[in-house]
Design a protein around this ligand. Structure first.
Ligand SMILES: [Ca+2]
Length: 203
């Protein structure tokens, strides 16, 4: 009798548990039917909007920084290419070894020396001219100044300025040092290089 009663009690405990699970399941179904409320939707969309804005802003800043760096690098490359070539060649301006023009100074073989153009003959008897045309630095070489065939040495150059230090006076033949300033600009990113060249055959 005692064993039978035990079974009966256990059976009774099982019955309410089953009913409880059934009740819980019906609650879940009820919530799924209800879906999101309007306020939940608005808040969700607002949060997605804020996250999207933050992500887009971060990406935009990253892209801008990348392009600024890239433009500066290209501008620097253009200015450096032109500067290296010009300093190397201008250094080799030849000396005529005498004072032909009578100003009291040994003459440098320079035909044109103004702010935007320089034409000279070097120690290999090659006439070389540098000048700015639009935003290109043009270089030409030949047998005498000004050589006719011009080639582009650098692009995106907004400023090319020559200034000179003279032995005395201001004749092109009395030039002893040349200061070169190049500014290269790409998409409002500018790089300026300056260099001073000593004419080594006239020191
Ligand atoms: Ca002279």
């Amino acid at each position: 009798m005692m064993q039978d009663t035990g079974y009966t009690i256990q059976d009774k405990e099982h019955t309410p548990q089953k009913g409880g699970i059934m009740h819980h399941a019906s609650c879940i179904v009820h919530r799924e039917k209800g879906g999101f409320t309007l306020i939940e939707l608005v808040i969700t969309m607002l949060l997605i909007g804020i996250v999207a804005f933050i992500v887009a802003d971060a990406m935009s800043t990253g892209f801008k920084a990348y392009f600024v760096t890239d433009n500066r690098k290209e501008a620097l490359d253009q200015a450096r290419i032109a500067m290296e070539r010009m300093t190397r060649e201008i250094r080799n301006v030849r000396s005529l070894g005498r004072d032909n023009d009578g100003d009291g100074n040994i003459d440098a073989d320079i035909t044109t020396a103004n702010a935007s153009e320089l034409c000279f003959t070097d120690t290999n008897n090659t006439a070389i001219r540098f000048r700015l045309s639009g935003t290109n630095i043009l270089r030409s070489e030949g047998t005498s100044c000004p050589p006719a065939t011009e080639n582009t040495l650098a692009e995106k150059v907004t400023t090319l300025t020559f200034s000179y230090t003279y032995a005395s006076g201001s004749l092109a033949t009395a030039v002893r040092r040349v200061q070169i300033t190049i500014t290269s600009t790409i998409s409002s990113e500018s790089v300026t290089l300056s260099s001073e060249v000593y004419l080594r055959n006239l020191q």
